[in-house]
Design a protein around this ligand. Structure first.
Ligand code: ADP
Length: 176
């Protein structure tokens, strides 16, 4: 099963992808998570991506396509995968088609999750993430048990730098 999840930031792609991943036993490939980890580790990819991400802009298509071609070729993707956050542009979609046809594969299903802007802004500015294990919380709907600390690791939760309201509005415009 090769799935693509589409939808604005904050629409729940990551949450849904995680559930499907557990149920079907196929990996969730979140380009946002891959890029954030690269930034945290200071790799070459991270250095290329950082300024775009902090501004809420898209990382260039050639960088994304190179990254995804490599990731889709890894052993854990043999039985399928869920793409969360990719493709994001027409060039990425066409590039993905090319990568897949070279591999003799195709996407089985693409799902679009539709959510209004105000809901997105409310969800993301109240979202908190564990910098250690990437667990997500929401201060209104899914708060941590202990004041602002991850239930699993006890690490202090943070607001993603691109979840500030002005950056969220930029990301929504970029998405449209
Ligand atoms: P969101 O969808 O919530 O904006 P993501 O975690 O998917 O956040 O992505 C965070 C940032 O990583 C994006 O704002 C963008 O800079 C970069 N990014 C992620 N996926 C892509 C992609 N497919 N193409 C270009 N940039 C991407």
């Amino acid at each position: 099963m090769r799935l693509v999840l589409l939808g604005p930031p904050g629409s729940g792609k990551g949450t849904q992808a995680k559930m499907v991943s557990e149920k079907m036993g196929i990996p969730q490939i979140s380009t946002g998570d891959i890029l954030r980890e690269a930034v945290a580790r200071g790799t070459e990819l991270g250095r290329k991506a950082r300024s775009y991400m902090d501004a809420g802009q898209l990382v260039p298509d050639d960088v994304m396509l190179g990254l995804m071609e490599k990731r889709i070729g890894e052993a854990d993707c043999a039985r399928g995968y869920i793409l969360d956050g990719f493709p994001r542009t027409l060039a990425q979609a066409l590039g993905l088609d090319e990568i897949l046809s070279r591999r003799g594969e195709a996407i089985d299903l693409a799902i679009l999750i539709e959510v209004g802007d105000d809901t997105v802004v409310k969800r993301l500015t109240r979202r908190r993430v564990c910098p250690a294990c990437h667990a997500l919380y929401n201060l209104d709907t899914d708060p941590p048990k202990d004041d602002n600390r991850c239930d699993r690791c006890g690490v202090e939760l943070v607001l993603r730098s691109d979840d500030e309201e002005t950056t969220v509005r930029t990301r929504l415009n970029v998405y449209r």
